[in-house]
Design a protein. Structure first.
Lengths: 120, 298
């Protein structure tokens, strides 16, 4: 038996530490790189390559964007991991319940992205 | 366009601590505190403020959720079951948005909140009575709750005893939770309040277990919206960084305080919070639908 509480705690705690540490690094880089106030609002990366290039030079906006990715990935990972924990513990009812949640999540994301739906 | 300075980062961080703390105390995301602060005090446009708020809900759910899971107050199975309803509700919400005017949504939501506030005040002592008499476990479960084995136990740090409980009215609770998905998807706030109310008022879940379970759930409810806002480029990295760090810190403190508060005090404070949200929603609904402006509400 895998302890579900422990598994969920590890995923959430891991996501929290990873994203928080990356945010702190990004803010430290921002303070180091910008002696003057910074005008933001044009920080949308046009391509993955552009983002990776900015990340490799440790631009603060790219590091902070990476932290947000870690953050958003955490609850999605949490749902995915719990499917495996329920399966390992031979609990088919909850494998089904959790798999439905995961499928709805993926469907919403795909529908939102390709339907160009921005939630209000 | 926002001018980011060290002072700005400190302001956003401080306000977020407060939002994170209240969010952990009541099992909510804290968007109703974060959004007005970002727009009114920091001058951030409303759609960016909502985007920041939804991403910060994930930060507070990671921090608060992990702490409540560690303290074993969260009912993970119940959370998974209700997540089917909230994620489906959020998906359906995007279609409902095409059918209803937003002022109609606001007013429907106000009616629901009014009932939640009334029920929270009316049942404020019910939790302590049931904890004392073991009333939470002596209930007849419906067939779905029984099939899914929806029961739980948490240790109440205030009453200094284990509180076992049996979940009931699973279909009704699930329906109300789907509403939480709809409103949080459409209006950006209020999902956590409906989840806590559904569990505590309808499903025989003790207030503290409901708060912890809602806190665990809201990250998943917010994930879709957060990812879509993020991909649309609406999440300003310089604003989300201090807000996420602040809500994380505030939520961590809040999860220490919540189990040590009396359930009745928690429910009365929750009722007032619901009234505040209902008033701001009523103001927005009346302003949008009838051009009537209530005092003290932006």
């Amino acid at each position: 038996m895998v302890d579900l509480n422990k598994a969920m705690y590890d995923v959430l705690m891991g996501g929290m530490i990873l994203s928080s540490a990356t945010y702190v690094l990004g803010i430290a880089l921002f303070i180091y790189q910008n002696q003057n106030p910074l005008q933001t609002g044009v920080l949308h990366y046009q391509s993955v390559a552009e983002f990776i290039a900015a990340l490799s030079t440790l631009r603060s906006s790219a590091v902070l964007t990476l932290a947000t990715m870690f953050l958003i990935a955490t609850p999605i990972t949490r749902v995915l991991i719990s499917i495996f924990v329920f399966a390992f513990n031979h609990n088919p009812k909850y494998v089904a319940v959790t798999a439905i949640v995961f499928l709805i999540l993926i469907a919403s994301i795909l529908l939102g992205y390709f339907g160009h739906f921005t939630p209000e | 366009m926002v001018v980011v300075t060290l002072g700005f980062i400190i302001d956003a961080f401080s306000a977020a601590i407060f939002a994170g703390f209240l969010g952990a105390l009541f099992g909510i995301g804290g968007g109703m505190i974060i959004v007005p602060f970002l727009t009114a005090f920091l001058g951030i446009p409303i759609h960016e403020a909502i985007a920041i708020s939804i991403v910060s809900v994930i930060a507070t759910s990671n921090a608060g959720g992990s702490s409540y899971v560690e303290q074993r107050i969260t009912n993970i199975e119940l959370a998974m079951f209700l997540e089917v309803a909230t994620t489906a509700g959020a998906l359906v919400g995007s279609f409902i948005a095409l059918l209803l005017q937003s002022w109609e949504l606001f007013l429907i939501f106000v009616a629901l909140l009014a009932y939640v506030a009334f029920a929270s005040f009316k049942t404020r002592h019910t939790d302590e009575t049931r904890i004392a008499t073991g009333g939470f476990v002596n209930t007849k479960q419906d067939r779905l709750a029984k099939f899914l084995n929806l029961t739980g136990t948490y240790y109440d740090a205030k009453e200094k005893k284990d509180v076992p409980y049996a979940v009931t009215r699973a279909p009704e609770g699930s329906l109300i939770s789907s509403l939480a998905g709809v409103v949080s998807g459409l209006l950006g706030v209020g999902g956590g309040i409906i989840k806590v109310a559904a569990m505590n008022i309808f499903m025989n879940v003790p207030m503290k277990a409901a708060v912890a379970t809602s806190k665990f759930m809201i990250g998943v409810t917010a994930a879709t919206g957060a990812l879509l806002f993020f991909l649309a480029g609406l999440v300003d990295p310089y604003v989300i960084a201090p807000v996420a760090l602040g809500t994380t810190l505030g939520a961590t403190v809040g999860t220490w305080v919540m189990p040590r508060v009396k359930s009745s005090a928690l429910k009365v404070a929750f009722g007032f919070l619901v009234i505040y949200l209902a008033y701001t929603m009523l103001a927005q609904g009346l302003a949008l639908g009838f051009n009537v402006h209530l005092p003290g509400a932006g």
